[in-house]
Design a protein around this ligand. Structure first.
Ligand SMILES: NC(=O)c1ccc[n+]([C@@H]2O[C@H](COP(=O)([O-])OP(=O)(O)OC[C@H]3O[C@@H](n4cnc5c(N)ncnc54)[C@H](O)[C@@H]3O)[C@@H](O)[C@H]2O)c1
Length: 446
């Protein structure tokens, strides 16, 4: 090792040691870029742990709400509203739209959205824009951690070169880089953040060690050190695993319908066989993560011509389920003597997940669009989504059919006999004690 290289190594070690000691006594100044479903609870938890946290978001209205101590997330999110109010009162969390304020921040967590486009290619508009805005104000010696889910290879191919270019600094010398993907789910944001294990992927093992020291302040579960590409692979693979397994359950459901079986009984008995864990079939898979993370996992391999077959097949099965709901409805309506084009249909649930207001990639949107295309009149009800709230029994009045898209708690407790419709299609297997005259169809029930 030359003298200048060895001096650089010992300087960067000293910088990381200093950062680690500031993490230990909570004097390190933190920032969180992107205050959505992931960034907001992360910012709140670090503030609760005693750090000074600055949140940055492009949406001025969201920033104003957060500064007023009011959560912009409307679903049932246990503890978040109260925690935000408390940390904002204590002045440990403040939000801004102005990147210039990041100049004194020593640790920056990036939590912006990372969607794919219609060709299943990552669209890193938000991530690149965040890195370009951060670079010019990046404090020397800072640690930048990407929490957003990204395709394997993105830290090396996109994040590192872009931040080096926009900051004029060198990674692993002037600043440090890591990837610590999130494992949260709406409805359990704080519980997941506190209780679920995390992978701390560092550009170097020393950076990974500092990341572990940081996350120990908010995570009461295992923190595994890794390199960045391993962290990228683990996150996208765990969500692709879920998608493929849901697709399997959906395919078995379609087979059950064809041969006159009941997928719910089949699933129950399959899962008595050792090592089997068949997941729940249903009306479709939505949200910001599961529908796109399999594409992120396979992106670079697909670009290189590696035959990726199972992941696209699973995606196709899961994408077909909302349209299958429409087919079930059309069939049941025909049996009840009503043409779909003349029907008034109640769509029950518009979020993608029970007890959440998150509508991203909602299977219900596909069902509603298809029904409208076929000429049906659609009434949408969702207890959490503004614009669709109301009394579900009242909203069903005058409807020929209801389609259950989401297993919201209020539906699980519903008196189904009070719903004045002639046809019910249940995509979540929650309707019980149905009137004998009702024409019923359920996913996977032949
Ligand atoms: N939502 C989940 O349950 C979940 C779970 C695990 C991982 N993730 C991953 O976490 C990341 C964030 O997801 P999310 O659900 O929190 O997204 P989100 O859309 O709720 O939040 C993203 C926020 O970033 C802000 N933003 C966008 N560009 C910005 C920029 N240049 N500067 C500052 N702010 C900017 C947006 O205004 C928005 O408020 C994604 O990569 C996602 O895949 C999400």
């Amino acid at each position: 090792m030359s003298e200048s290289t060895s001096r650089r190594v010992s300087e960067s070690k000293a910088t990381l040691d200093l950062l680690q000691s500031k993490i230990a006594d909570r004097s390190a100044k933190l920032a969180v870029i992107g205050l959505g479903y992931v960034g907001l609870p992360v910012a709140c938890l670090f503030a609760e742990a005693g750090f000074d946290v600055l949140g940055v978001d492009l949406q001025a209205e969201r920033v104003a709400r957060i500064n007023a101590g009011v959560s912009p997330i409307d679903g049932d999110e246990p503890g978040l509203a109260e925690l935000l109010a408390a940390v904002s009162d204590s002045d440990r969390l403040r939000a801004t739209t102005d990147y210039a304020e990041l100049a004194d921040r020593e640790i920056i967590l990036i939590c912006v959205e990372t969607p794919v486009d219609e060709w299943h290619v990552p669209r890193y508009v938000a991530l690149k824009s965040a890195l370009r805005s951060l670079g010019p104000v990046l404090k020397e010696g800072a640690l930048v951690i990407v929490e957003s889910t990204i395709a394997p290879g993105t830290m090396a191919r996109v994040v590192k070169p872009l931040l080096e270019e926009s900051s004029g600094q060198r990674a692993n010398a002037d600043f440090f880089l890591g990837h610590c993907p999130e494992r949260v789910m709406p409805g359990k944001l704080l519980a997941n953040l506190r209780g679920v294990s995390r992978v701390c992927g560092g550009e170097t093992p020393e950076t990974a060690a500092v990341m572990i020291a940081l996350y120990q302040h908010i995570v009461q579960a295992e923190l595994d050190a890794a390199d960045c590409v391993t962290a990228e692979l683990v996150k996208t693979a765990e969500n692709a695993y879920r998608d493929v397994n849901i697709a399997f359950a959906n395919e078995v459901a379609l087979i059950c319908e064809a041969v006159g079986g009941d997928v719910w009984r089949v699933r129950e008995l399959v899962n008595k066989s050792p090592g089997r864990n068949m997941l729940l079939p249903g009306a479709g898979v939505g949200g910001h993560c599961i529908p796109k993370d399999p594409w992120l996992l396979s992106y670079q391999a697909r670009e290189q011509g590696v035959p990726v077959r199972l992941i696209p097949a699973a995606r196709a099965v899961n994408e077909s389920m909302p349209l299958h709901m429409v087919e079930l409805l059309e069939d049941a309506l025909a049996e009840a003597g009503v043409a779909l084009a003349d029907a008034r249909v109640l769509a029950m649930g518009y979020a993608y997940l029970e007890n959440s207001d998150d509508m991203r990639h909602s299977p219900s949107a596909v069902v509603v669009a298809r029904l409208q295309e076929l000429g049906a009149e659609v009434v949408i009800h969702d207890p959490y989504v503004p614009g669709y709230q109301g009394d579900v029994v009242e909203m069903a009045q005058g409807c020929d059919a209801a389609v259950v898209m989401v297993a919201h708690g209020v539906y699980q407790e519903l008196d189904w006999a009070a719903l004045d419709v002639s046809v019910l299609v249940d995509g979540r297997h929650i309707a019980t004690h149905l009137p004998a005259a009702l024409m019923y169809r359920g996913v996977g029930q032949g």
